[in-house]
Design a protein around this ligand. Structure first.
Ligand code: ADP
Ligand code: ZN
Length: 720
């Protein structure tokens, strides 16, 4: 039904809904994407049902006409309902959610043809250092001038110079090239009996059907949910697969192509704007049959969504930590609910929250209890560092070194896991003792020897490693304390000079292309020992990888965060799951100072159920999630006293509500972040309480200066 007037939510979060006149001949319906004038500006917005967004009516005489209606399908009702739910649940402006639905203005109205540039191989006569830097960085790349300038970190002018001298050439890219269509019957696997039963059980779902696909590492969860994707394709609907990490995209695309004959559409932050436009439009038109993406793919306007899969659903990276602070796993379930379709949460180590939903009977569980093709589960053993310590200044215990040596001799691959980037987490002066801290954050500067820098992992601040202590002036008095992956790599190089090693962290694997190189090198047996952070715990399948060493199992247990034990357990189980996935058995050695700690004991004995039961009981006892609710209110400002004053005011205004307690304000553990001082309040409420409503009323009644930011994190995962 065309509306004579239209209520529009713009993408500007500072504005409420606005009413406009619909000009003659413009067919605007709820969900239409429109351009609305405001003062001298033109704002992008979405037409909404007026009754769902009450606002002050303005008279016909004051209505301005909409400027235009964009030639894209209207945002459908289920996605509009999801946007409202997300805004409401995560206490965010609807406009901020709409920006995730319409993240690319070029997708909406950009040119159909784009000019991109790529290197020709020709070396210009006049070479400047900037030109040299640009050409070196752009090998094998293609993009618009602006994208290439960002990749190479040189100015547009340098690139224009390279174009004029013939070192870069223009390529015209069609914005709307058709996508390949995956074929559900291209190469279906021969499923074993357990997998077949699981796949059949996944495919029977009609309507909203949340399923936990719970299978041990290497059991073939991906193959099994691919059958659900195939069924979705056969019914002519679109499927969405969410991955926790952009680094996993490339191996996933390959695997998908082997099964379905062509790669799916990919959606992540690394897309060029031409790819972004093409993918968004293919998703909105229904042409993109399968999309694989990071959490942001969840908000795209699929024309006919039939299935959502959340792979490695327990991963904390599904939690968005800035802007709208949503949890993609939970939003995926809500989207499936509004779309009335099945959603599969796949994991070998499901979150307590997810298991609880199974116990309540809200989610179905489909289990795979065996590794595929007779591969056995790896054996786990602890190395007690108090009994068998490494030599001074080293981090690998003799027992682990012996195993590494044996594995090298056998020509098999090993993985050392330490969740710490860089060389050393802390640098101090031996003479006067000060530590290097970030000027913008309450955090130590981490030494990165490969980059010759000290870096802050919170704000990215870097400095060259100083020769002398800035406090006492003593030369060569600075010592690196503790290990990071680079230091372990040094130790491995000293122990096994001939071993070929690779460091895998977000510093070395920062793009899907780099991840693909790593996978190829592993598969080509060009690497003997991988030293990596949590990045290597996920999804990878390397049949010749048979030994995993956990360098410091105690690391994740410090800090006392609500989920510390659960997360450590998941992380070590996941990394252990990389071992022995082929026909050779795997073994896992866990270095710890306390083998009797419940997490370690449960890992060694394999008592997963017992561990989860104890953790769940402890959460229930303390009324912690999922048995109670938490919300964090973080107040930040450049001025410490301003942040403190507003936080105290918020604390004093806390309403007395039965079943709710407010803790703080107190300085956040990260008391300063990116130059802003932070105060934190924690709200703990009973499950039944509508805590969002309480917080909305509570904060809605207060005002603060624009210099102070107040962010609410509902269901927080980070307690920093
Ligand atoms: P998970 O996701 O449970 O860790 P994967 O789906 O990655 O397990 O499967 C592990 C390995 O076994 C992969 O290389 C996969 O291709 C292979 N695999 C699993 N099931 C089958 C099958 N039925 N036929 C052929 N290969 C399979
Ligand atoms: Zn910092």
């Amino acid at each position: 039904m065309p509306l004579p007037r239209s209520r529009v939510v713009t993408l500007n979060a500072a504005l409420g809904p606005l009413d406009y006149r619909v000009p003659d001949g413009m067919e605007v319906v709820a969900g239409s994407v429109v351009v609305a004038p405001l003062g001298p500006r033109q704002l992008l917005g979405v037409a909404w049902e007026p009754e769902r967004l009450p606002t002050e009516e303005i008279g016909d005489n004051r209505l301005r006409p909409l400027a235009s209606l964009l030639d894209v399908p209207p945002i459908a009702a289920p996605l509009r309902r999801l946007a409202e739910w997300v805004a409401d649940y995560y206490l965010s402006p609807l406009a901020a959610v709409l920006r995730m639905i319409l993240p690319s203005s070029s997708a909406l109205e950009g040119a159909r043809q784009l000019t991109e540039y790529r290197p020709t191989g020709h070396v210009p006569e006049r070479m400047t250092p900037q030109r040299l830097k640009g050409l070196a960085a752009l090998e094998g790349r293609q993009g618009t001038i602006r994208e290439l300038a960002a990749i190479a970190e040189v100015s547009d002018a340098v690139l224009r110079g390279l174009v004029n001298s013939g070192a870069l050439e223009a390529v015209v890219v069609e914005g709307d090239r058709p996508l390949d269509c995956p074929d559900p019957d291209f190469a279906p696997p021969d499923l074993n009996a357990e997998q077949r039963a699981a796949a059949a059980s996944l495919s029977t779902g009609n309507g909203f059907d949340p399923i936990l696909l719970d299978g041990v590492t290497g059991s073939g969860k991906t193959e099994v949910y691919f059958e659900a994707v195939a069924a979705c394709l056969r019914s002519g609907k679109q499927a969405l697969v969410l991955l926790p990490e952009i680094a996993l995209t490339e191996p996933f695309l390959k695997r998908f192509e082997a099964r379905f004959g062509c790669p799916p559409a990919a959606w992540h932050s690394g897309l060029r704007s031409s790819q972004r436009r093409r993918t968004w439009r293919a998703i909105a038109s229904g042409e993109a049959a399968v999309t694989v993406g990071a959490r942001s793919a969840l908000f795209l306007p699929y024309a006919k969504l039939g299935l959502i899969v959340v792979d490695e659903a327990h991963e904390p990276t599904f939690k968005q930590e800035d802007g709208v602070q949503y949890h993609a796993r939970d939003v995926a379930v809500m989207r499936a609910k509004f779309e009335d379709i099945p959603v599969i949460l796949s994991s070998a180590t499901p979150a307590i929250e997810t298991r609880h939903m199974v116990e309540l009977g809200r989610y179905r569980e489909v289990a795979l209890s065996h590794r595929f093709a007779g591969a056995t589960m790896p054996t786990l053993a602890a190395i007690d560092l108090t009994q068998d310590p490494p030599p001074r200044g080293r981090w690998l215990a003799p027992a682990l070194v012996t195993e590494l040596e044996a594995n090298l001799a056998a020509g098999e691959q090993s993985l050392l896991f330490l969740n710490r980037r860089g060389f050393a987490p802390l640098t101090l002066c031996r003479t006067c003792g000060p530590r290097f801290v970030c000027p913008n954050c309450t955090a130590w500067m981490v030494e990165h020897r490969l980059m010759h820098r000290l870096a802050c992992h919170h704000c990215g601040h870097v400095m060259p490693p100083p020769k002398a202590c800035p406090e006492c002036g003593e030369e060569d008095s600075l010592v690196a304390c503790g290990p990071g992956v680079e230091r372990i790599a040094d130790e491995v190089a000293a122990l096994f000079p001939d071993a070929r090693t690779a460091i895998v962290t977000s510093d070395t694997i920062w793009s899907p292309a780099r991840a693909a190189e790593f996978v190829a090198a592993m598969e080509g047996q060009e690497i003997d020992i991988v030293i990596g952070t949590q990045l290597v715990t996920k999804g990878y399948h390397f049949p010749n990888l048979t030994l995993v060493g956990v360098v410091d199992a105690d690391l994740g247990l410090s800090g006392g965060d609500l989920r510390a034990a659960e997360r450590s357990f998941q992380q070590i189980q996941q990394v252990a799951g990389r071992a022995g996935r082929g026909d050779k058995p795997g073994r896992v050695l866990i270095q710890t100072h306390d083998p009797s700690a419940p997490v370690i004991a449960a890992l060694i004995s394999g008592d997963v159920a017992g561990f989860y039961a104890a953790e769940t009981a402890a959460r229930r006892e303390a009324a912690m999630p999922p048995f109670g609710r938490l919300a964090a209110i973080v107040v930040s400002a450049e001025d410490a006293s301003e942040a403190e004053a507003v936080a105290r005011r918020i604390g004093r205004a806390a309403p007395e509500v039965e079943g709710m307690a407010v803790f703080g304000p107190a300085p956040a553990p990260l008391a300063m972040l990116r130059g802003r001082h932070r105060q934190r309040l924690l709200v703990h409420a009973a499950r039944v309480l509508d805590v969002q409503d309480v917080i909305r009323d509570w904060l809605g009644g207060l005002e603060w200066s624009a210099k102070v930011r107040v962010a609410v994190d509902v269901d927080p995962y980070s307690f920093l």
